[in-house]
Design a binder for this molecule. Structure first.
Ligand SMILES: [Fe+2]
Length: 215
């Protein structure tokens, strides 16, 4: 589906809503519809966020040059979230995760072909020390190596199809629109195909706990 012009120009200003609030409100609707326990926990945490905001500190990464392609494609279910991201696009602080020290001293293709931003978190636009919520953009034909962290995680793929491994079950092809739950310390990995992949992610629980690469 091509993103409607009305969504792309996302008249959030007309509603008086800040763009990050429009994004989070739409994310919460998606989580409520899912209804699983971890999704409901995230809804409660998001509901309890205060009105304080840090300043936006925009920064970009090479793969973000292709973000528009991701925002223009995806199912109807993710259209409003993609529209809210389009509105925030000039404001987002994109960075790259530390490289995997087990491979090429961290100088892997994935390292140069991904970017993430954090919208909710300690130093993020929406401040809290209880959880993190953000976006992850991965270029085509890339491999986000197997990794695990203490925090529980929710992925919500928004655009693009990827093969994902979550836990001991064989990798599966996942399209956008449905939440994926990753309990703390569960190994997970992502292989992208011919298209970029954009997903929303959230960390809950032990967000200060260790993160480790496993491959
Ligand atoms: Fe993760």
């Amino acid at each position: 589906m091509t993103l409607d012009r009305s969504l792309h120009s996302a008249d959030w200003n007309g509603t008086g809503k800040r763009p990050e609030d429009a994004f989070l409100a739409t994310l919460m609707e998606t989580l409520r519809r899912d209804g699983r326990r971890l999704c409901n926990t995230l809804v409660s945490e998001l509901d309890a966020l205060g009105p304080a905001r840090h300043s936006w500190t925009p920064s970009t990464q090479p793969v973000v040059a292709r973000l528009d392609a991701c925002l223009a494609q995806g199912p109807k279910e993710t259209g409003y979230l993609r529209g809210a991201i389009a509105t925030m696009k000039p404001l987002l602080h994109w960075e790259r995760a530390p490289g995997n020290p087990n491979s090429k001293n961290g100088q892997t293709e994935f390292h140069y072909r991904h970017a993430f931003c954090t919208l909710v978190g300690e130093e993020a636009r929406v401040p809290t020390s209880r959880l993190r919520v953000g976006l992850l953009l991965i270029g085509a034909h890339s491999f986000y190596p197997l990794h695990a962290h203490a925090a529980d995680e929710i992925y919500l793929p928004l655009s693009g199809t990827a093969t994902m491994q979550i836990g001991p079950t064989p990798p599966k092809v996942r399209g956008p629109g449905k939440c994926l739950l990753i309990p703390g310390n569960t190994p997970h990995a992502i292989w992208t195909g011919n298209h970029l992949v954009l997903l929303a992610w959230a960390w809950l629980g032990d967000i200060q706990g260790p993160f480790r690469y496993l491959s």
